[in-house]
Ligand binder design. Sequence first.
Ligand code: AP5
Length: 191
Amino acid sequence: MSKGKKVVITGVPGVGKTTVIDASMEALKAEGVAYTSINFGTCMFEVGCDQGIVNDRDEMRKLDQDVQRELQKTAAKVIARITDNTIIDTHCTVSTPAGYLAGLPSWVLEELKPDIIVLVETDEDQILKRRLSDTSRSRDMEGYVAIKDHQRYNRYMAASYSMLTGCTVKIVRNLDFLLENAVSEMVELLR
Ligand code: AP5
């Protein structure tokens, strides 16, 4: 069976990773390049709903650590079955009441075997503003410093994931009103 490219795309909540992914998929489709995009959180949420342990996706990061790990494992196994070129929309780390939870611990990386990990980043004040204006979600209302710490911690974790798997790490900046720049960088990477 031929192996498609596996690209893991991450970013702190509200940075706009899903917006960048959707626009990049559209641009790639126009060029005839096909990717399947999977949202890791949705996959975990569906497993959690089936098991009757969660009702809202924003509740997941507040669940017991062992429960979050079990949901992670199951989601990774489901996603690993896909053999196409795949974008996995997820988190480098998840901010939980008990501290940062690794989004891609070794057992998830072993299943996913990513070729590239992308960190979508932007200035912390822009993330804060985007979270405040998104009324559709129960976003954590953190300050500038907490968001800055989280983005920095994600870089450290991406480096450790790269050491474990040999994947590359790419940083894509999604600056306010410059979405097209982020998209063209992402398309270049995925082509
Ligand atoms: P998930 O749904 O992936 O969480 P999320 O970070 O909240 O993701 P979103 O897609 O909602 O936000 P986004 O950053 O992509 O921003 P958006 O494009 O909406 O995961 C849900 C949950 O699953 C997690 O909380 C966690 O519990 C769990 N989970 C997931 N992966 C896990 C893992 N590996 N391990 C354990 N748990 C895991 O954009 C936000 C706003 O910004 C929008 O209003 C948009 O219009 C605006 N915007 C975007 N780009 C720009 C721009 N360039 N200029 C101006 N505005 C912009």
